[in-house]
Design a protein around this ligand. Structure first.
Ligand code: MLT
Length: 252
């Protein structure tokens, strides 16, 4: 089984490229964490979009009583939206039973990729342990079926560039998968690098990540409290599964 890591979502997708794969999408700061918060707090589903125009079109087609629109461009909430991209805004009183339309600078686009995968999940530190458990049980079941050949991890990154927080979250998952599962894995260089980087930083992980490029931008824009939520293990322990165009809470 090959574990591959994409440090940025800028890839040329070939048709059927992901057919034998489980794919895990990560945007720790902050779209993955926001998806976890909204679903944990009772949203019916999240529809991730490629841009704000597409988000508005979908939103306008939905009944007022069931819709909620959120997102940002370069950390700024779009005019007229119900929320920006802070997980703290996606509370039960705002999201319960709602269809949440989400558009963000990097993450929401990422969640629309790799459609041909067998299963696609959204991961973050906020749901780290349950995502690990889900991957573990899928890989153990696969011992007899052998229909999954690859795990693909995707970082949302920063406008096509590497990001520490996504890489270290993925590195942590790869570290646990390779340590705790009695299976043979082949790691791409990118996966091996992510795992080694996690191993190097794991004792002071969140202190280290508080100083990442995107953390510094969030602090500068007044979102310090978001970092307390996003850079902590298991704040929203649910499994978001991407099902067609929408992200739903998976039954564990
Ligand atoms: C993104 O999609 O780039 C983000 O989640 C940015 C953010 O809101 O912090």
């Amino acid at each position: 089984m090959l574990i591959n890591t994409y440090f940025s979502p800028l890839l040329k997708e070939e048709e059927r490229q992901f057919e034998q794969s489980i794919t895990v999408m990560v945007d720790v700061l902050r779209a993955s964490t926001t998806v976890c918060a909204a679903l944990f707090n009772g949203a019916k589903e999240i529809i991730p979009t490629e841009n704000s125009e597409q988000a508005m079109r979908i939103f306008n087609g939905l009944d007022r009583s069931i819709r909620f629109i959120g997102g940002e461009k370069n950390l700024v909430k779009h005019a007229g939206f119900d929320a920006g991209n802070s997980p703290l805004e996606y509370t039960t009183d705002k999201c319960l039973n709602k269809t949440v339309i989400l558009t963000t600078t990097n993450g929401s686009k990422l969640f629309t990729l790799a459609k041909t995968s067998k299963q696609r999940f959204v991961a973050s530190f906020a749901n780290f342990s349950v995502i690990f458990q889900k991957l573990k049980s899928l890989l153990e079941e696969n011992k007899t079926k052998e229909d999954i050949q690859n795990i693909n991890f995707f970082c949302a990154g920063n406008n096509g560039q590497f990001s520490y927080e996504d890489t270290l979250c993925i590195g942590g998952l790869i570290y646990k998968i390779t340590q705790e599962l009695d299976l043979q894995f082949e790691l791409s260089d990118s996966s091996d690098a992510a795992k080694n980087l996690f191993d190097y930083h794991q004792e002071n992980l969140f202190e280290f990540l508080l100083n990442s490029e995107h953390s510094r931008k969030l602090i500068g824009a007044g979102f310090q409290n978001d970092l307390n939520i996003c850079l902590a293990y298991d704040t929203f322990p649910i499994i978001p599964i991407i099902d067609g165009i929408s992200i739903k809470k998976s039954i564990i």
